[in-house]
Structure formats: structure tokens, C-alpha cells
Design a binder for this molecule. Structure first.
Ligand code: AMP
Ligand code: MN
Ligand code: MN
Length: 328
């Protein structure tokens, strides 16, 4: 596995040269988005930087609010100052940061750090490497290369990023380097049991109620090799679940014996539908989602389709019929 040393050096040079920083990640932030964003903030502080603004369009999901620095993440409306350096991490197009997007190109240098399968990335300086299991792992390598001592606080953020994006080191993106990084993180004294309990092994009552509904609603196609389910806005309202509680539900579909393709269609704002995709290796989820303006990884991807849920579902099923020959 070759690490793009050149890019790492250029990112670090840019960080060292900058003085006013904006850091953001994607909408509907997951553990890697929040963890890697905060990891960059800790690294910058380690480099002696003091003017650092962390911004996300959405609230930090409750399971990540304990992360060191998460309480300082603000919304774009609270941002009034200017920046010389902007950083987008765990995503590669400014759009993915939602309402934060217009702020990114305003900086002298717009840095993109990402591990998704990318055709074309935004940014003046891009470090994109899909061999990393999580953007948080890229932050770890920045730490190593910079010589900045890794604090326990930063390690907690990076470990959260890793354990969420690798499904606790079980998904196919997990590699020997992931485990070496985890070892380095543990050596700072982090309590991995406490972190796991907070971010993996806890289900809110709302999520439990939602899960019960969604499991009862799974539809199967193509000889039960395809499984999909809908989540409506009213499901959240009626179960007390939050948007963030939909994260991970798709694994229950994917884990059913014989299922090769799992999809969740979720009613989103403004008559749009968010589709989540999980596939086995023979079908590239990122390619399918790119056809709908989204993207992601080979086995886990997503898109937001500008159509109501019934229409969006039909579009996606038709695409699968036409392009993958699946009888759904
Ligand atoms: P999700 O289904 O939301 O868990 O997303 C699965 C993967 O696809 C994650 O790595 C996301 O960052 C990525 N992804 C989800 N939605 C989009 C999108 N609209 N555009 C690009 N990547 C996405
Ligand atoms: Mn993410
Ligand atoms: Mn990620």
C-alpha cells in the first residue's frame, strides 16, 4: 500500500502556513465526519494554530456530542469571519457540506481530504485515497508525518471515526494498516470499551421503535437477493426517532442470508428521497449511486434523488433491472 507522501506533505505545509481555518464535513454527519473533522482541529491546535472554526450544517448526532471539541462545532449562520484555509474532510465535493459549501472556496486554499471513490474532487489541494478505511485514518497519518504528539482527545476522535466507518473493524475496508492505527490510538490510553458503548452498542428508544417498523416492512426481489425498505418522515415523528437514528438500519437488511443488495429509501426534505445502498463485491454501489448524482464506496454508497419516495424507488429498481439484470 503506497501512501501518497507528497500529498500529505503538501497538506501539512498548507496547515503550517495558514492562520485562520474553517473545517467542515458532509451533511448528515456520521462518526467519521465528526471524528475526522475534530481530529483535524486537534492537529491544527497541536501545530500551534488558535483560530479554528468547525462548522456543520446539521446537529452533531447525540452519540457523538461527547467527542472532545464537538461542543464547539457551529452552524454556518454563526460564521462571520474570513479564512485563509478551508478544509473539507470525508467528502470531496463542496456541495456535500450543504449550506457550508459557499464558504469553502472563499479561503485562499481549499483543502479536500477524502477516502471515497472519486471521479473528480473539488479543492485547490486534494488528498484523496480510497485505500483508507476512514478519513480519520488519514488524520492519523497526518499526525505521524507532522511529528505533533497524538493526544488522548484526538485519539478518541480518530478511533470513533475508524470504528464507525469499519463497522468495528468488520467491513471489507478494514486492512492491516487500520489495525496498526488502532494500536497507535490505544497506546494514548483511550478506553475503547467506553467509546464502543457510546457509539456502537447504544440504541435509543426512538431507534428501537423505528427498527421494529422498518424490519416489518422489508420487501424482497430477485429471488430474495435484493432487500429494500422505506422510511417516511412520519415514521420518525411517530416513533420519536431522529434522522440520525436511521444510520445503520440498512445493515439489518444486508445481513439477511442470501441478500446481495440492500437499499433504504428515506423521505427527505423538499420532496426528495435519500437512498442508501449496500452491495456485495460484484456490484459497485458507488457507480449505481453516481448515476443518481450521489457516490460513496464500492460496497456502501448513497444518493439524494429529487423525486418523492415511490418515484425514486421505481427509478432505482428500474436502473437495477436495466444495468445489473436483477429481476426486481
Ligand atoms: P449512507 O448510506 O448515508 O450511510 O452512505 C454510505 C456512503 O456513501 C458513505 O460513505 C457516504 O459518505 C456516501 N454517500 C451517501 N450519500 C452520498 C451522496 N449524496 N453523495 C456522495 N456520497 C454519498
Ligand atoms: Mn462519512
Ligand atoms: Mn468516511
Amino acid at each position: 500500500m503506497t501512501i501518497k507522501t507528497n500529498e500529505i506533505d503538501r497538506v501539512l505545509d498548507t496547515f503550517r502556513a495558514g492562520s485562520r481555518f474553517l473545517i467542515t464535513s458532509h451533511v448528515s454527519p456520521d462518526g467519521d465526519a465528526v471524528g475526522s473533522l475534530l481530529g483535524i482541529a486537534h492537529l491544527l491546535r497541536g501545530l500551534g494554530k488558535t483560530d479554528i472554526t468547525c462548522v456543520l450544517e446539521d446537529d452533531v448526532p447525540r452519540i457523538y456530542t461527547w467527542l472532545p471539541g464537538a461542543d464547539k462545532i457551529v452552524k454556518q449562520d454563526a460564521v462571520t469571519k474570513t479564512f485563509d484555509t478551508s478544509v473539507l474532510i470525508d467528502a470531496h465535493s463542496a456541495d456535500r457540506s450543504g449550506k457550508v459549501a459557499p464558504l469553502l472556496p472563499k479561503a485562499n486554499t481549499f483543502v479536500v481530504i477524502d477516502h471515497h471513490l472519486v471521479e473528480k474532487a473539488d479543492g485547490d489541494l486534494k488528498w484523496v485515497d480510497p485505500t483508507y478505511a476512514a478519513a480519520g485514518e488519514m488524520v492519523y497519518d497526518l499526525y505521524v508525518k507532522s511529528g505533533v504528539p497524538l493526544t488522548r482527545e484526538a485519539a478518541e476522535c480518530i478511533y470513533t471515526a475508524q470504528t464507525t466507518d469499519t463497522g468495528s473493524f468488520r467491513y471489507s475496508n478494514t486492512n492491516p494498516r487500520s489495525h496498526r492505527i488502532a494500536a497507535g490510538l490505544m497506546e494514548t490510553g483511550i478506553n475503547i470499551r467506553a467509546i464502543t458503548e457510546r457509539v456502537i452498542d447504544t440504541m435509543s428508544r426512538g431507534k428501537y421503535n423505528l427498527l421494529q417498523r422498518v424490519l416489518g416492512r422489508i420487501q424482497f426481489g430477485a429471488n430474495a437477493t435484493v432487500a429494500y425498505a422505506d422510511i417516511y418522515a412520519k415514521d420518525l415523528a411517530e416513533t420519536g426517532a431522529l434522522g440520525e437514528d436511521t444510520d445503520g438500519l440498512i445493515n439489518y437488511l444486508r445481513n439477511i442470508e442470501g441478500v446481495r443488495v440492500a437499499m433504504i429509501f428515506r423521505e427527505a426534505k423538499d420532496g426528495k428521497t435519500k437512498v442508501s445502498f449496500r452491495t456485495q463485491a460484484e456490484l459497485n454501489a458507488a457507480d449505481i449511486c453516481r448515476a443518481f448524482g450521489g457516490g460513496g464506496h464500492a460496497v456502501a454508497a448513497g444518493a439524494t434523488i429529487d423525486a418523492p419516495i415511490d418515484e425514486a424507488r421505481e427509478q432505482v429498481l428500474a436502473h437495477l433491472r436495466n444495468h445489473s439484470g436483477l429481476d426486481v
